[in-house]
Design a binder for this molecule. Structure first.
Ligand SMILES: [Zn+2]
Length: 225
């Protein structure tokens, strides 16, 4: 059995599904990347750079350490590996990261406008707001620095200005679900705003209540690695 095969299988399945359903912005491009923290080790598995997603295989998935040194994989890792690593270093609750170019979230990324938690489930699963990480070139230290200042809000989704989105989760399945939840919210928000009518937000007391409940969850969640 190959090293870390279970992680690689899950990532390939998720990445190909996201690509097939348009979450990477184009159906034929390679505008996204997916990773998972390896439990109990300072290692993570990430998709390779610029390889068409239908060509992903166990042998070309990359395993990197927390200094971004490549341990496994026949190809170069995604240029956004540093962005993923920052999430694992700063957020002990995060064990999977999905970077997308999903269309409706990208609209708000170019408007440089955060998306509020418009529904109960968004408030619980993603957090009170989807904040915008200020622009930095793909793979640049500047972009990582810009993300670092946002991660402490403990939310699970971020927009990256003039670029795309970043979705986090305690498991790959949760990060994957957050990709869909973010896209649904962005699509509904965009559609509602485009009518010209006032968009109603969740009541402040509900947002605050959920914020407190989430805080308790963070306080009691076992620290992974
Ligand atoms: Zn990107």
């Amino acid at each position: 059995m190959r090293n870390h095969e279970e992680y690689k299988i899950q990532i390939i399945k998720c990445t190909q599904w996201l690509s097939k359903h348009g979450y990477f912005g184009t159906l034929r491009g390679t505008g996204g990347n997916v990773s998972m923290r390896i439990e109990g080790e300072e290692l993570f598995v990430i998709t390779p750079s610029t390889l068409p997603y239908d060509q992903l295989s166990l042998d070309n998935m990359c395993v990197l350490d927390f200094d971004l040194k490549q341990i496994e994989g026949e190809l170069k890792p995604s240029v956004e590996a540093g962005l993923h690593l920052e999430c694992y270093k700063q957020r002990k609750d995060v064990n999977a990261v999905i970077h997308t170019h999903q269309i409706h979230a990208s609209m708000f990324a170019i408007l440089n406008k955060p998306i509020p938690a418009l529904f109960d489930e968004v408030s619980f699963d993603i957090g009170p707001s989807v904040e915008v990480v200020p622009y930095g070139l793909s793979g640049s230290p500047e972009l990582i620095e810009n993300l670092r200042s946002k991660l402490s809000n403990n939310c699970h989704c971020y927009l990256i200005q003039n670029h795309g989105a970043l979705n986090l989760g305690a498991t790959l399945d949760k990060a994957w679900l957050n990709v869909e939840l973010l896209e649904k919210t962005a699509k509904v928000y965009y559609g509602a705003q485009s009518t010209g009518n006032l968009v109603t937000l969740l009541p402040d007391d509900i947002v605050n209540l959920i914020r407190e409940l989430r805080k308790e969850e963070f306080d009691t969640e076992p620290v992974c690695n």
